[in-house]
Structures are given as structure tokens and as C-alpha cells.
Write a protein that binds this ligand. Structure first.
Ligand code: FES
Length: 179
């Protein structure tokens, strides 16, 4: 006989099923990416759909999507009920452009890692041909040959932001402290 999986999980159960450390789960909760209720004994209980949220967070992190974007996307999911298929479809539609940019970026990286990427190092024999005297550096910072048009735009925007405001504190990425 099979037993019905519980609708709510302890933090240890979420950690065990998701493969994510308890400390990371606390971090996600602190940042508003997942939420729990407290029992009368002050213990956390997570709705089972938290497993799906954690899975999406981990995959997004792995492909370089900033946590603040994940949080914004989760903000479109309904409060108080388990997101259904249409809810997740809406969320993925909002991420389409971002994911296309990431895929383009990763494809460029895969295809040109052994070639000159236009980063200014001039350390490969190919650099002489593809970036003589670091001419690509005149276009801006970073590996010029790896940047997709969308990332160039993003970089220009972040450069002007950096010029007008102080950068994130050490150990912070996208406004969030690393785990
Ligand atoms: S690989 Fe860095 S400039 Fe060519």
C-alpha cells in the first residue's frame, strides 16, 4: 500500500527531497523566494509546491539568471494557492527573452572558448588576427566577441549605473549576498 505524500514539509524534508542545504533554504526564505508557516511549536512548514520553486531557483542560478529576476517572476505566481500549469506558463513566457539571451551567450562561449574572445588579454596566437593591439577594447569592457547584443545593452546600462552609484558590497551579486 502506498501512502499519500504529505501536503506540508519540514525544512529537513524539503532539504532531503530537493538536495539543497537547509542553510540555502533559509537564505531563499529570507529573500522572499519561498515561504513557510510556523507551527504552534515555532517550527517551519513548507507547502509541497516549495519543491518546485526550489528546483526552478537552482536551475535558474545554474544558468546565471539573477535571483532578483527569479523573485520578480515568482511575484507573478498566485499567493495562497498552488500555482497551476497556466501560472507557470505565464512565468516562463516572461523569462523567454532572458533565456534566449543566456542560450545565445552560452553557445558563443562553447563555440569560441579556444579562440580569441576579445577580452584584452592578447594571450593567444589568434589575438593578433582577431584583436590586434586590443582594438576591440575601444568598443567597451569585457570579452567583446562573447557579448550578445542584449548583453552589450545590459552592460552599457550597468556601466552608466555604476558611474552614478556605488557598486554592491563585497560578496554581493545582483543585490543578494552569496550563500
Ligand atoms: S583571448 Fe583575450 S584578447 Fe584574445
Amino acid at each position: 500500500m502506498t501512502s499519500t505524500p504529505p501536503a506540508e514539509l519540514t525544512v529537513g524534508q524539503v532539504a532531503a527531497r530537493s538536495g539543497v542545504a537547509v542553510s540555502a533554504l533559509h537564505f531563499y526564505e529570507e529573500k522572499g523566494l519561498i515561504s513557510s508557516r510556523r507551527t504552534s511549536g515555532n517550527q517551519r512548514r513548507y507547502p509541497r509546491e516549495t519543491l518546485r520553486r526550489v528546483a526552478v531557483i537552482r536551475v535558474a542560478q545554474r544558468v546565471g539568471i539573477p535571483l532578483r529576476m527569479v523573485k520578480d517572476a515568482f511575484g507573478t505566481l498566485p499567493d495562497g494557492r498552488t500555482p497551476d500549469r497556466d501560472d507557470w506558463a505565464r512565468l516562463s513566457a516572461a523569462w523567454c527573452a532572458e533565456l534566449d539571451t543566456r542560450i545565445d551567450q552560452l553557445t558563443r562561449l562553447r563555440n569560441s572558448l579556444a579562440d580569441c574572445i576579445g577580452c584584452g588579454c592578447l594571450s593567444l596566437d589568434r589575438c593578433l588576427l582577431r584583436n590586434r593591439d586590443d582594438r576591440l577594447g575601444e568598443q567597451g569592457s569585457g570579452p567583446r566577441r562573447l557579448l550578445t547584443p542584449a548583453l552589450r545593452k545590459e552592460q552599457r546600462a550597468s556601466t552608466s549605473r555604476t558611474r552614478s552609484s556605488p557598486g554592491p558590497a563585497d560578496g554581493q551579486i545582483d543585490g543578494y549576498r552569496r550563500e
